[in-house]
Design a protein around this ligand. Structure first.
Ligand SMILES: Nc1nc2c(ncn2[C@@H]2O[C@H](COP(=O)(O)OP(=O)(O)OP(=O)(O)O)[C@@H](O)[C@H]2O)c(=O)[nH]1
Ligand SMILES: [Mg+2]
Length: 530
């Protein structure tokens, strides 16, 4: 309660806080567990409140739709044009061709109502989570009509929300003409069915929504296979939930007849057939993904052999990772004010201000409650982060509370064993951030730097910091390179070597240089005494 009062002081004018105030007032009036509508009741709506109702979630949605500011560092953004011209075709993107009659839902989200439980933390956190869900829904291509938060100790085992709340959601769905309810958690299969029976439209959970976005955005063969595998993994237990009673019947009969080989055929239910086909498909996908690994490993091994230091850009979705890559290397990678714009990792060559080469990789963004199926499916991609010499952990400092995003990212990094890699916290979007947020995080994170990929603020310092943080060539050599072998000199200039001095002598170029051990061996023939 006191936490809320503080934030009210900071931001007294905002419509969100007005909403929160209403929620809290209603919450105090109601006993704990009673439903709280996220917006004012219809009969109490004056014109002002009506406007506010439209803007509570719409703010985020509009932000997503309108502001796609690009800088000249973002290049031509061909991918963005392509993505815009490839907007979703109903029902196609998430269809699973190989699987018939499965309970898998084609998401086809159009007009949606959001609903979340507030079980712990402050109402402000519950609010952020719902706003993020709105942004996710927008990214998936749907229109968000309304949102609800219910204060409740723990979810109802049957219907997730309390029955009163569920009825209220149903009324809003009918009133607004929504076709989908999106719940801000992962639902048990039975809870989803229970809730669907009440609200009478399709119910999707956060995991299903994130999987849908990934399915829409995956572009490379590997990315597509990874997402499909994750979708299947998500689907399988839900399929079981649906078919449980059927399977039990068949199993019972098999059991009574003594069971065993041959007795399964006729008694086999459709659900088991589907499950088997999904398992087969998953095994095939796993093989395919494993098959793609050698190429990736070879690339990585090549980088390792050349001992090129690698820097991975990681961070919460929409933090500005791709913008930062573009700013540092002019790579022209897709930048979009949407969640999960980047799914296929891009690696670019970069050089430090003093000419040391390194690779810089953009990665898939993280999100709170990133489906575990996705972490698993993207493991090979994420492992590259674990392999890096340095992680630039990009944080959207214009968010009022980036701490929870930092925590969510570190959780995923730990899952892929990347938590021991050196990390620089890059507080991005400084141009749009509140200074008290930046100060607060800098106090907590000594290894932080403030930048703006848009204005270029702090970018030179960041480049210096990268220079100081990556492994540097250490082997000192005195070389005398005949003028006929000029390409060796240019290679030293282009590659990973730190040239300390150059002297043009009669027999050739005399160079004092620091190189990596691998290169030192190759250059032995040119070595001379000091
Ligand atoms: N104001 C401001 N906006 C920024 C800055 N950097 C990035 N943005 C905006 O933030 C949005 C997301 O940028 P991206 O670079 O696509 O973010 P990302 O982290 O790669 O996102 P995903 O790939 O979706 O995870 C875009 O609308 C950018 O224009 C910045 O320094 N200042
Ligand atoms: Mg990106």
């Amino acid at each position: 309660m006191t936490e809320y009062k503080n934030s009210e002081k900071d931001n007294a004018q905002s419509s969100i806080d007005a909403t929160i105030a209403r929620i809290l007032a209603a919450d105090e009036a109601n006993t704990n567990g009673k439903a709280t509508r996220f917006v004012a009741d219809q009969e109490h709506l004056n014109e002002d409140a009506r406007q506010r109702r439209l803007s509570i979630l719409g703010d985020r949605a509009r932000e997503l739709a309108d502001s796609d500011a690009h800088t000249e560092h973002d290049g031509e953004q061909y991918d963005l044009f392509e993505r815009r011209s490839l907007r979703r075709v109903e029902g196609l993107s998430t269809e699973l061709e190989d699987v018939t009659e499965v309970e898998y839902r084609q998401l086809r989200l159009e007009r949606v109502v959001l609903a979340g439980l507030w079980t712990e933390g402050t109402i402000t956190e519950a609010e952020y989570s719902l706003r993020e869900l709105a942004a996710l829904a927008e990214t998936a291509g749907s229109t968000v009509l309304d949102g609800f938060i219910q204060r409740r100790g723990k979810p109802d085992p049957g219907t997730f929300f309390g029955s009163g709340k569920a009825v209220e959601i149903k009324e809003a769905v009918a009133e607004l003409g929504a076709d989908t309810v999106i719940v801000d958690s992962e639902l048990a299969p039975s809870q989803r069915r229970g809730l669907e029976d009440i609200v009478k439209v399709k119910v999707i959970d956060r995991t299903g929504l994130i999987l849908d976005i990934f399915a829409q955005h995956a572009k490379s063969r590997e990315g597509k296979a990874q997402v499909e595998l994750a979708q299947m993994e998500y689907m399988l237990p839900r399929l079981r939930g649906w078919g449980e009673s059927l399977s039990r019947q068949a199993g019972g009969r098999v059991g009574a007849a003594g069971g065993g080989i041959g007795s399964r055929g006729p008694g086999e239910t459709k659900i088991e057939l589907d499950r088997r086909r999904i398992n087969q498909r998953m095994a095939k996908l796993r093989r395919e993904i494993a098959g793609m690994k050698p190429a990736r490993d070879a690339k990585r091994a090549n980088r390792k052999r050349n001992a090129v230091p690698s820097v991975a850009i990681a961070g919460y979705t929409n933090a500005g990772k791709s913008s930062l890559l573009n700013r540092l290397t002019d790579a022209g990678v897709l930048v979009e004010n949407a969640l999960f714009a980047t799914l296929d990792p891009t690696t670019r060559k970069a050089v430090t201000p003093d000419g040391i080469g390194y690779t810089l990789s953009d990665t898939v963004g993280f999100v709170r409650q990133l489906p575990t199926q996705l972490v698993e499916a993207f493991r090979s991609t994420l492992e590259e982060v674990a392999d890096a010499d340095l992680i630039l952990h990009v944080v959207d400092a214009s968010h009022p509370e980036p701490e929870s995003q930092i925590a969510a990212v570190r959780k995923v990094l730990a899952e892929v064993d990347a938590h021991e890699v050196d990390e620089i916290i890059v507080l991005n979007k400084a141009d749009a951030a509140e200074s008290h947020v930046i100060d607060r995080i800098r106090r907590r994170e000594p290894h932080a730097i403030v930048v703006s990929a848009h204005t270029g603020q702090g970018i030179d310092e960041l480049k210096q910091l990268i220079r100081d943080s990556i492994p540097r060539p250490t082997v000192p050599l005195q070389l005398l390179v005949p003028y006929a072998d000029g390409e060796v000199v240019s290679r030293l200039h282009a590659e990973d070597a730190e040239i300390l001095s150059t002297d043009y002598q009669e027999e050739g170029t005399r160079i004092h240089v620091l190189v990596r051990p691998s290169l030192a061996a190759e250059l032995s023939q040119y070595q001379v005494e000091d």
